[in-house]
Design a protein. Sequence first.
Length: 132
Amino acid sequence: MSPPLTGGCQCGRVRYEIIGEPLKITACHCMECQKQSGGAFGMALWVRSGDLRVKGTPKSYTRTADSGNPMTGVFCPDCGVRLYNIPSSDQDVYLLKPGTLDDTSGVRPERMVWARRKQHWLDIPDDIELVD
């Protein structure tokens, strides 16, 4: 995945561009990511905060993550699509939701976190790093 990368919410009110090289792609199996995604896990495309250019005015919500640290979710105020998260532990990176990219063909997680909380029916390929 080479920059620039573009994406946005479903209704188009909030759009973004990533101007720098993404750092990594992870999938998280914590209960909050499962709830937020409505699926078996949430995904994150790690980008430097200075590499993300946002057009439109998103809203945000801060919650306590399974780690015990605050996590701020940024989303479209109209359609509600979550665009990225800002971890309190490192506000120099944003955890962009890769499903919001215009081209998702290069999206594949390199590692999975909170793997001990994964759904029992989910098989994880051997070449993906697991982190509890």
